[in-house]
Design a protein around this ligand. Structure first.
Ligand SMILES: [Zn+2]
Length: 470
């Protein structure tokens, strides 16, 4: 953006500088083409969509389409929509004081038309930042035409004022971001009346408010999102509105575990841990992401509402917090989550899953435990073979056992590390785990893997205490 432009203050100066205004879709298209030429990413921070969703968005923007994103919860739909705002110019000029960002060269509202007629080139302009040209609304049944489009005062109309006069019309959200992007989330939850209003605004540029027909030729790119099942179910969306969305873009959950982990790492709240190092072993990240993958594949969970990436993110946060308490209580200088911390994920998982009816005796907690077990087993098999652990198994078969707990300091694990033959070598296969916390975490992972392979028995002794023996 040319900084000199921002100094221009009147319509005349704008003209003299050769500035041209453009419809929003042309502006987005121009900026997308520039990014494509520079080979820069259009959606920073959006992971796992490079080969699926991103190319479709690019086509949608180049074609100037209104887009609808269909996907289950937690598929970054809102994030994508917000990132599209970056395809707007940083600043555009509008007539100063206009409620609906009127184009200095083609004003719609009465006040601006009058100002331009009276003052000509001396009419003042203001520069509007892109954040002020974007609005989003979560559709609910109580969103009204007045909220989105506007409201008129019939008494003032009766007094003879013009309909498009600011004194008779109170603009809603959409006219106020004229020359910008409007996003509506969960589109099918809008009432039919509001859907009709939205359609009229998109298609005819005429809207009926309280029986008055108002011409409102706003220039807005509409983007919507919906759950696929709601969107396709009969009667939830009026057909003409559905037709008005030119492209449907299907979002999805990460297809690869690495993508799920990359999103988790990017999004997990960066809580300051008071200078204490947080070290999450890779196998533990794999387990947390794999639990979500298992949940998405489970027929005991309602998959039409989905299992959000937020499950993964919140589970990491829970597990790290549980480990943090241990570090604080034991005065340790590193925070390393372990298997015995995984029970803290139950609370952050439970509320986000919608269970299919599974009968009275099947509890949510049991289901989560099964998902966790499956995940640990899969990740264990990715890193270790039972053959690598022959010595460890032999140790337990000799009648020995170990107890671990989510409250024990890492130093408690130094004794088993010395005693259990082959344990150190096995840990070395997992990675260069040199600190006490990392070694404690790796030890628990190995014990749990052996238990899930039915080589060791495990007893839960309340809370996070676990005992393993042959
Ligand atoms: Zn205006």
């Amino acid at each position: 953006m040319d900084e000199k432009l921002l100094k221009l203050r009147t319509v005349g100066e704008l003209k003299k500088a050769g500035y041209r205004t453009a419809p929003v879709r042309d502006e987005m298209r121009k900026n997308l083409l520039a990014r494509l030429r520079e080979k820069t990413r259009i959606l920073p921070g959006i992971i796992g969509y490079d080969d699926t969703v991103v190319p479709e968005i690019e086509n949608g923007v180049l074609a100037g389409h209104h887009m609808i994103f269909l996907g289950e919860r937690g598929q970054a739909k809102s994030r994508i929509i917000r990132a599209l705002v970056l395809l707007l110019d940083e600043f555009v000029p509008a007539l100063k004081g206009c409620e609906i960002n009127d184009d200095p060269f083609a004003p719609i509202c009465r006040t601006c038309r009058k100002a331009v007629a009276d003052k000509g080139d001396a009419a003042e302009i203001a520069w509007i930042g892109r954040d002020h040209r974007y609005a989003e609304k979560l559709a609910t049944p109580d969103v009204s035409v007045a909220d989105l489009i506007g409201e008129i005062d019939p008494i003032k109309v009766a007094e003879g004022r013009y309909l498009a006069d600011e004194e008779t019309i109170h603009y809603g959200l959409i006219p106020r971001i004229n020359r910008g992007i409007f996003a509506i989330n969960e589109l099918p939850d809008l009432t039919e009346k509001v859907q009709v209003g939205l359609f009229n605004l998109m298609e005819e540029k005429d809207v009926q408010i309280k029986g008055y027909k108002i011409r409102l030729p706003v220039d807005v790119v509409f983007i919507a999102s919906a759950n696929p099942e709601d969107y396709t179910s009969r009667g939830r969306i009026i057909t003409p509105l559905k037709d008005r969305f030119d492209v449907q873009i299907r979002t999805h959950y990460p297809k690869k575990l690495e993508d799920e982990i990359a999103i988790m790492d990017q999004e997990a709240a960066e809580v300051s841990r008071g200078g204490t190092a947080v070290r999450v072993p890779q196998f533990l990240k794999d387990i947390i992401a794999q639990v979500t993958f298992e949940a998405r594949a489970s027929n005991e969970i309602n998959q039409s509402s989905g299992v959000s990436v937020r499950v993964t993110i919140n589970n990491l946060e829970s597990v790290v917090s549980n480990a943090e308490k241990r570090a604080i209580r034991n005065g340790e200088n590193e925070i390393v989550p372990r298997i015995s911390d995984l029970h803290s994920m139950y609370a952050s998982t439970a509320g986000k899953l919608e269970l299919e009816y599974v009968g009275e005796d099947k509890k949510e907690e049991d289901l989560i435990e099964r998902l966790v077990n499956r995940a640990v087993l899969k990740v264990f098999d990715k890193y270790l073979k039972l053959d690598d652990l022959k010595k460890v198994i032999a140790y337990f078969e000799g009648g020995w056992g170990v107890e671990v707990s989510d409250s024990s300091p890492a130093s408690d694990y130094m004794e088993p590390l010395r005693e259990v033959a082959g344990l150190r070598e096995a840990i070395a296969i997992l990675g260069p785990f040199e600190t006490p916390g990392l070694m404690a975490s790796a030890s628990e992972f190995i014990f749990e893997g052996l238990h899930l392979h039915q080589k060791l028995n495990k007893e839960r002794q309340g809370g996070g205490r676990l005992a393993y023996h042959a």
